[in-house]
Design a protein around this ligand. Structure first.
Ligand code: UDP
Ligand code: MG
Length: 330
């Protein structure tokens, strides 16, 4: 990130007049059909803020023609900038890449499918001007989502609140405004397991929420199936608490205490009533149950170990194939 400064240049040349105040970050995975509509609405909203702006689009390894379409948009409108990742890294890392490429004093992350109404950005900026460093758009209801996804989400928030020290506001996603200060803190975090919702809560700062209604997806389908949501939930929990690791000590102690009591009961019973052979079902049940419990605990250790492994390797968080619109600065 070197800036060449010739003697003839004034300080304003170092921080050009078109330095964007507002940066929009849009992660995209196979969103080609949504681009025209998206940029139309984003440009309209950005213009009505009266601020200098840039739209940082991160292509997260799309397999349709998202990249080609993005480049066309960039040629037409240089404020649309493109970061093309070398493969699909997942939304969390796409957002990370986007945040690291922004320069604005306020950064808003927004989905490409127009489920986050761009008009809300105006309300966010009002709050930002009031001095809030993070403005969180909270969805009013999850009614439009399937019962399974909703139950899963409810279970996750309940469990997360129980086992971690940070609080996740219900219904708050990635649609939010971050002040430059917050972005710098997030950018300085080296961890690979980036559960963004948790990181936002962890960094603190002055936060405020505004409500919004989720719109239906403009085109295409959701990229988050149940398995991906499960991975995200496991990521979230393992990044913010070690309770799942430690709980096994108690489970083990309880089981051992129970076994001991049961053993004593048996000895006494055998001494009084003699040897009693039946008990095959209870034996099988006990073996299966504790076999299961042991495998779960081993799996939990595996989750943490795998995460330690990926952090220790210290690979880059994401790989950029090409970037458009960031010339000279990086
Ligand atoms: N997305 C991404 N990488 C992925 C999955 C999703 O960049 O691996 C983007 C996607 O293009 C969209 C946003 O993340 O802009 C939200 O994804 P989606 O709409 O599929 O999720 P949902 O709204 O169903 O939670
Ligand atoms: Mg969506």
């Amino acid at each position: 990130m070197s800036i060449v400064v010739s003697t003839a240049q004034t300080p304003s040349a170092i921080r050009p007049a078109d330095h964007p105040t507002l940066s929009l970050v849009v992660p995209m995975f196979n969103e080609a059909e949504n681009l025209d509509r998206l940029f139309e609405r984003l440009a309209e909203v950005a213009a009505s803020t009266g601020l200098g702006y840039e739209i940082v689009c991160v292509d997260d390894g799309s397999r349709d023609d998202t990249v080609a379409r993005l480049i066309e948009h960039h040629r037409r409108e240089p404020r649309i900038k493109v970061v093309e990742l070398s493969r699909n890294f997942g939304k969390e890392l796409a957002l990370t890449a986007g945040l690291q490429h922004t320069r604005g004093d306020a950064v808003v992350m927004i989905d490409a499918d127009l489920q986050h109404p761009p008009e809300r950005i105006l309300d966010m900026i009002v709050k930002w001007r009031e001095g809030y460093e993070m403005v969180i758009a909270v969805r009013r209801d999850r009614e439009k989502e399937g019962l399974l996804k909703r139950t899963f989400a409810r279970l996750f928030y309940w469990g997360f609140a129980k086992v971690s020290d940070i609080e996740l506001p219900r219904g708050a996603g990635d649609f939010r405004l971050l002040d430059r200060k917050v972005v710098e803190v997030l950018n300085a975090m080296p961890e690979h397991a980036r559960f963004m919702k948790g990181l936002y809560a962890w960094v603190g700062f002055r936060q405020v929420s505004i409500p919004f209604d989720v719109a239906p997806r403009a085109a295409g389908t959701t990229k988050f199936n149940l398995f991906r949501l499960w991975r995200l939930a496991v990521d979230g929990i393992t990044s913010f608490t070690d309770v799942p690791l430690k709980v096994w000590t108690f489970v083990g102690m309880l089981a051992a205490a129970f076994g001991l009591l049961y053993g004593i009961l048996f000895i006494v019973k055998t001494m009084i009533l003699g040897i009693d052979v039946p008990g095959y079902p209870s034996l099988i049940v006990a073996i299966m149950f504790f076999g299961g419990v042991q495998l779960i605990s081993l799996g939990v250790i595996g989750e943490y170990l795998g995460r330690i492994f990926s952090e220790v390797k210290a690979r880059p968080l994401y790989v950029v194939r090409r970037a458009f619109g960031f010339d000279g600065e990086r």
